[in-house]
Design a protein around this ligand. Structure first.
Ligand SMILES: Cc1cc2nc3c(=O)[nH]c(=O)nc-3n(C[C@H](O)[C@H](O)[C@H](O)COP(=O)(O)OP(=O)(O)OC[C@H]3O[C@@H](n4cnc5c(N)ncnc54)[C@H](O)[C@@H]3O)c2cc1C
Length: 396
């Protein structure tokens, strides 16, 4: 069984019993109607300010009569700078696909980018600003590659966070709104977002931001959303509340291992796997980009390809030798889980409430799920496992 069920495919929709009372339309960003939605003439609420909200809010705001955004935690976002591509740029990229992909596979995040390995604290303020400005102008997630220690050193991280907060203040005209939109935590701890005109959208007269960090969304009435002690009348609600990441899709299937053990029981305290590929007690079950693999910390495509190749080679190896079962060894799994936890604790990424550690789903165990040691190190480990006769696996 190859579970290729996705890291971010099981949507997370908060359970509000009073939602049944709401007379308007409701949507989840992860289940968007294929025929599209037209909010023209509508009052709309967006609940959540994560990646999907940040990308959809500017578009909804341009259509709707009124948009109310309910924010629990402000998020950092960098510009996408999406634009038509110049023909020569397209030509150059297409001419070097193979080389780009090869380079990407040597990068920690599997993304073909140029990380600057210098510490943010080892350069002058002027040079630091120049680097941040250049990355900002380039756009996208490689902003976090501005300096080598942004996710290792709190002080370095602060310089990047201050830079982005400064950008928010430059764009957002109302200082109180700018302050609410300015994240207070570590930049890059939660997944860094990428946007087109997100912050500027809050300058529009038809957009309002409601802070629900202290007083949460309480529920729904026939006509709207109850939050922070007020009723906000709306015609439609968009839940941009993300996903039950990494384990959600796997646990929604009732996988049973040896002796009928449910995967849900095995993972009651959080996911345990060997390499994010295989689970002790669950022979012949492979997980593509499972918890414990680099997955969501990488460009997913090389990570998926590497897993699919590894699994295909493994099945080929077994077929050639007439082997029928492969199963991760409990001790190898324990060692991998311990190693994952150890390296996760060394980075700032383990210090905040994020979906990487299940914090967005009520009751989900807080375990840092993706492997943070980087794509090349991980690939090397997987290759060494094979070279050493599928070390850590029992084949029979
Ligand atoms: C909004 C968003 C933006 C993203 N942007 C990027 C990006 O820019 N770069 C990047 O690298 N990654 C991005 N990702 C991550 C993305 O998940 C992967 O890039 C990619 O889609 C993963 O491919 P996959 O085949 O592993 O999983 P998916 O594309 O999620 O496919 C999983 C499939 O399994 C199906 N499935 C799940 N459970 C069951 C079941 N029980 N029975 C039957 N079918 C089932 C699902 O319906 C789905 O079709 C993004 C994710 C989201 C949600």
């Amino acid at each position: 069984m190859v579970a290729a069920t996705g890291c971010l495919s099981a949507s997370n929709k908060p359970d509000f019993p009073s939602l049944a009372d709401f007379a308007g339309a409701t949507y989840h960003t992860g289940h968007w109607p294929h025929e599209g939605v037209d909010f023209t003439g509508k009052r709309v609420a967006v609940i959540g300010t994560g990646s999907s909200a940040i990308q959809s809010i500017p578009i909804i705001a341009a259509q709707a009569t009124e948009l109310t955004v309910f924010q629990r935690t402000a998020n950092y976002s960098v510009p996408a700078h999406n634009a038509p591509l110049a023909p020569e740029y397209k030509r150059d990229i297409k001419a070097s696909y193979a080389e780009m992909r090869r380079r990407a596979r040597t990068m920690i995040a599997g993304i073909d980018m140029k990380p600057n390995m210098v510490s943010a604290l080892d350069v002058s303020e002027e040079d630091r600003r120049r680097e941040f400005e250049a990355r900002w102008a380039q756009g996208g997630i490689p902003f976090m590659g501005s300096f080598g220690d942004l996710l290792l050193n709190g002080q370095s991280n602060q310089t990047a966070a201050d830079f982005v907060r400064g950008k928010i203040r430059e764009v957002v005209k109302d200082p109180a709104v700018a302050d609410l939109l300015s994240p207070k935590n570590i930049i890059g701890c939660k997944r860094l977002c990428v946007d087109t005109d997100y912050y500027a959208t809050f300058n529009r007269p038809n957009v309002r931001l409601v802070d629900v960090s202290e007083k949460p969304v309480e529920g729904f009435t026939r006509e709207g959303v109850e939050a922070a002690g007020n009723e906000y009348k709306v015609d439609a609600v968009v839940f941009a509340t993300g996903f039950d990441a990494m384990t959600g899709a796997l646990l929604r299937i009732d996988f049973r291992g040896r002796g009928g053990q449910p995967l849900r029981d095995k993972w009651a305290e959080g996911p345990r796997s060997y390499l994010g590929l295989s689970i002790a007690g669950f022979p012949n079950l492979f997980t593509v980009t499972g918890p414990g693999s680099p997955s969501v910390f990488t460009n997913m495509l090389p990570s998926i390809e590497q897993h699919v190749d590894w699994i295909a080679d493994c099945i080929g190896h077994m077929r050639q030798r007439g082997l029928r079962t492969i199963e991760a060894d409990g001790a190898a799994e324990d060692a991998w889980v311990a190693h994952n936890g150890q390296i996760a604790r060394a980075t700032l990424r383990s210090t905040c409430s994020s979906w990487y550690l299940g914090a967005n789903v009520p009751g989900k165990p807080r375990v840092f799920m993706p492997y943070i040691g980087g794509f090349p190190a991980y690939v090397q480990k997987c290759e060494a496992v094979v070279k050493n006769g599928y070390e850590g696996f029992a084949l029979a």
